[in-house]
Design a protein around this ligand. Structure first.
Ligand SMILES: Nc1ncnc2c1ncn2[C@@H]1O[C@H](COP(=O)(O)OS(=O)(=O)O)[C@@H](OP(=O)(O)O)[C@H]1O
Length: 201
């Protein structure tokens, strides 16, 4: 981590840490006062997003074939990373064996898109920062008619067109249903652990 002054906060973003076995212990060893931010979204949508990202790197079979080992039996491919990562309850549990929940703030990824200023106000609060960010910092639905862009000098700056907001494939409703059923108990457990219901279907 870079050296910082007392009045500065260093933020590091590595989504992979959430599912890396040794990450909680190693981060705690580096600084036990570290505050953790976790951005989550509906795990079914997350897996499709993950699939889209992987499909830009190598050829992939259709999502339905990847997500289910046997479509007629509805057997979920729990060894596929895109599915495994969405079992948030399991991963958060590992972090909570090391960090207290009070040091973890969960950001609602869907609300971050809809109401970025409100979600980031909670982050400012969690980090102990004075309130600074407000609606005027954003151009809502500026990217692909859906995602917020940052307003700088009155001009919108959107996140990378190639890496964000990719079009998701249309997935068979029966497969989506099966995945929702699969995640439901894990989601409920996650809501219970973190004390917040994200309302995923
Ligand atoms: N403001 C804004 N602009 C564009 N995209 C936004 C924004 N806020 C959140 N998102 C969501 O970010 C998703 C991609 O995030 P990732 O963490 O997977 O991206 S990356 O791995 O760091 O490239 C991306 O997922 P996909 O829509 O599946 O591409 C978006 O839903």
């Amino acid at each position: 981590m870079p050296v910082t002054y007392k009045d500065q906060i260093t933020i590091e973003k590595t989504p992979g840490y959430f599912v890396t076995k040794d990450a909680p212990r190693r981060i705690f060893a580096m600084d036990p006062a570290t505050k953790l931010l976790l951005v989550v979204r509906d795990p079914v949508t997350r897996s499709i997003s993950d699939y889209c990202q992987a499909a830009t790197k190598h050829a992939m079979r259709p999502y339905e074939e990847m997500a289910l080992l046997d479509e007629s039996l509805g057997l979920v491919n729990t060894s596929w990373g895109a599915i495994k990562i969405g079992v948030y309850a399991k991963h958060i549990d590992r972090w909570l064996q090391v960090f207290p929940l009070s040091q973890i703030h969960i950001v609602d990824g869907e609300r971050l898109i809809e109401q970025p200023a409100q979600e980031l106000a909670k982050v400012e609060n969690f980090l102990g920062l004075p309130r600074f960010i407000n609606d005027a910092h954003f151009y809502l639905r500026g990217f692909k008619g859906k995602f917020p862009c940052l307003l700088r000098d009155g001009r919108p700056h959107c996140l990378g067109e190639k890496t964000k907001g990719r079009d998701h494939p249309v997935v068979k409703e029966s497969v989506l249903e099966r995945l929702r059923d699969f995640y439901r108990p894990f989601n409920a457990k996650f809501y219970q652990i973190v004390g917040k219901n994200f309302g995923w279907s």
